[in-house]
Design a protein around this ligand. Structure first.
Ligand SMILES: [Zn+2]
Length: 301
């Protein structure tokens, strides 16, 4: 029986408008809809008068202008970055120029180490945080305080931000309501992602606000469904290998029947991430390094 993920895709907003979504929290959605961004990047503003901005978004001048217009008379004191994909961090540069606010993040994309060209996509290699936030660090401004929660997996530098005294977690792309997260090696890491899902199960946050799409109001149920879903995928990969199918492309075709062609590549990355994880756990062997085009075989089930 396939795992049912309780996806949430009802999403009401107006492009270019900074709108209140929860007490002390506003959001403006950038006009960059797509297969990986849903309706676009949701940039959050926390506080009033002196505010923090979470994920300024893609390099899109109209988005930064609309954000600043919505914040007229207020001051941005902190720019927080969940991770360095190009739909999240590039606008930090323009926002910093306009406001002088420092940026906070875990570190540069992929620790600054570039993977093979053509494999590592979508990274904002230019972003370097002014201030480093590690797991458990607190970032405080006027009337608000965040705990940084390191949640590697989608990227190695992914942070969620827990807003103190609110039970809100800004979950970035680690946990989203509208879709599963893309885990794309080399920077995407399935082993780390699963550990980061477990980490959230140990917390008491009551509502998640992801960067794309609506809030998740039953986060524990949602996280458990994602864990079960990946477990099911892993079983599918192991069954393919047990049936003698050892090429990544063939495993993807077997597991993702009916998938839109535009998403094949992402599905391939996800299966690759599972295979790397299984190799590291000693369950699967690869002929040479566990790349996209090597052959894989089952060592034990
Ligand atoms: Zn991302």
């Amino acid at each position: 029986m396939a795992v049912e993920i309780p996806f949430r895709r009802e999403f009401t907003f107006e492009y270019g408008r900074l709108e209140p979504v929860a007490p002390g929290v506003r959001r403006i959605v950038a006009r960059n809809p797509g297969p990986f961004t849903f309706r676009g990047t949701g940039t959050y503003v926390v506080g009033s008068g002196e505010v923090a901005v979470i994920d300024p978004g893609p390099d899109l001048a109209e988005h930064v202008e609309a954000l600043l217009a919505g914040l007229s008379g207020e001051r941005v004191t902190h720019i927080l970055i969940t991770h360095t994909h190009r739909d999240h961090s590039p606008a930090a540069a323009a926002l910093k120029t306009e406001t002088g606010a420092p940026t906070w993040g875990f570190g540069p994309h992929a620790g600054g180490k570039r993977g093979e060209p053509g494999v590592e996509e979508g990274g904002d290699w230019d972003f370097v945080p002014d201030m480093i936030a590690r797991d458990g660090d607190w970032i405080a401004g006027k009337g608000w305080r965040f705990e940084a929660v390191h949640t590697p997996g989608h990227t190695s530098n992914h942070l969620c931000f827990a807003l103190a005294d609110s039970s809100i977690l800004f979950s970035g792309d680690h946990v989203m309501g509208w879709s599963t997260s893309v885990i794309s090696p080399p920077d995407g890491d399935m082993t780390a992602y699963m550990a980061s899902l477990d980490k959230l199960l140990g917390r008491r946050d009551a509502v998640y606000w992801p960067t794309h799409g609506p809030a998740i109001t039953e986060p524990q149920t949602h996280v458990r469904a994602f864990i079960a879903h990946r477990g099911e995928r892993e079983t599918g990969v192991l069954e393919s290998l047990a049936a003698g199918i050892g090429d990544l492309d063939k495993i993807v075709k077997r597991l993702y029947l009916g998938l839109e062609p535009g998403l094949w590549r992402a599905a391939g990355r996800s299966v690759h991430a599972h295979l790397i994880d299984l190799v590291s756990r000693g369950i699967v062997a690869s002929e040479g390094p566990p790349t996209l085009d090597t052959r894989y075989r089952l060592l034990r089930s």
